[in-house]
Design a protein around this ligand. Structure first.
Ligand code: 5GP
Ligand code: MN
Length: 337
């Protein structure tokens, strides 16, 4: 983040403001962890701050300190709209295009608040006054740690904030194993532990609260897995019927796609999941090495993300989506072999 932006934000926060902090739709642990940490920081500074999330998030994030204060746009629309209308500062975290907040984008894009973006995805849109965008960063949580440190406030990181930031970094780095995990990431993690983040408790709260039906759904997903050896690619499907049969809860399929990538020699893994409410298929894409699933999702499936982790959607049936996907792969044969 550049000096000019830091100075401007320091000045901005010297006086009380109405601040709204927004994570992306279907927020994950990085989105919720980073927004909560920033929220604690701003509240502790005496600011009038609130998090407005586009919609709900998985149960395994609901232990995070301050979580009960989050306003959800889809179920608390009136309150959320008033907060957004009254805001003079809006932080957008863990996304870089207003299309990522769904229905909320209408009212947010009309706001004349000062927008501050903190994000690590590629190709940021041009809506923010102050932009801290760095695609090399492991997570938005690591960037919020940096942001607070740049403001000269590292000492203001409380145990609650440390736990939230630890969670975001932990999940976005696949527990510190993805290539975006740097030695600096580990130093940040060490500092967060010194500041009170309890690593074993956090791992347990996020990863070890599975229900039997979730693990059975994983079994079903793995059973459906198809390996396309010619492309070093694997895909998994989950139909509406299969989700309902296994008592699907939000977040249950998170991480499933990574199993495909754990196969020896596989460079590209995809999961196609039928949406329960609307007739479309949500895709999660993961890769190893140089193959950019961000480009793949942007070009073919109306999505985006990072080089090695992206998402998109298809409005076709499952059968046609799989057919289309397999045909598209042909054009990438050289890259993937
Ligand atoms: P996931 O597959 O876990 O939903 O998402 C992986 C990454 O891709 C995340 O960083 C997420 O922000 C991004 N992503 C997922 N779905 C979409 C999408 O529909 N559009 C864009 N632009 N990014 C997405
Ligand atoms: Mn993230």
């Amino acid at each position: 983040m550049n000096e000019v932006d830091i100075k401007a934000i320091q000045t901005l926060l010297q006086t009380p403001k109405n601040i709204v902090i927004i994570p992306h739709k279907n927020p994950d642990s990085d989105a919720i962890g980073s927004t909560l940490a920033l929220w604690h920081y701003l509240k502790n500074k005496g600011q009038e701050a609130i998090i407005v999330a586009p919609n709900d998030y998985p149960e395994f994030l609901k232990w995070m300190p301050g979580e009960t204060e989050i306003v959800k746009f889809d179920t608390q629309q009136e309150i959320a709209e008033k907060l957004i209308k009254d805001a003079n500062v809006i932080f957008t975290l863990d996304f870089n295009d207003l299309s990522r907040i769904g229905e909320m984008s209408g009212i947010v894009s009309q706001s004349d608040a000062t927008f501050i973006m903190i994000d690590h995805h590629q190709q940021p849109a041009d809506y923010a006054t102050h932009m801290y965008s760095d695609t090399k960063m492991s997570s938005t949580a690591e960037m919020v740690y940096n942001f607070i440190t740049y403001l000269g406030e590292n000492d203001a990181i409380t145990p609650e904030m440390a736990s939230c930031l630890y969670s975001g970094i932990m999940t976005d780095t696949g527990s510190f194993r993805f290539s975006a995990t740097t030695s600096t990431t580990h130093r940040v993690i060490a500092d967060l532990m010194d500041k009170g983040a309890k690593n074993a408790e956090i791992h347990n709260a996020i990863y070890d609260t599975n229900s039997p039906s979730k693990l059975q759904l994983l079994g079903c997903a793995l059973n459906n897995m198809v390996v396309l050896e010619a492309y070093n690619t694997v895909y998994i499907t989950l139909s509406k019927q299969e989700l309902l049969h296994h008592d699907f809860r939000k977040g249950d399929t998170e991480g499933f796609v990574n199993y495909g990538l754990s196969l020896k020699g596989i460079k590209f893994a995809a999961i196609f999941i039928e949406n329960l409410q609307e007739p479309y298929i949500k895709m999660s894409l993961r890769s190893k090495g140089d193959f950019s699933v961000n480009e793949f999702a942007r070009t073919h499936f109306n999505g985006g993300g990072h080089t090695n982790a992206a998402g998109g959607r298809s409005n076709d049936s499952m059968e046609d989506t799989v057919k289309n996907f397999t045909e598209i792969l042909n054009a990438y044969k050289n890259e993937l072999s």
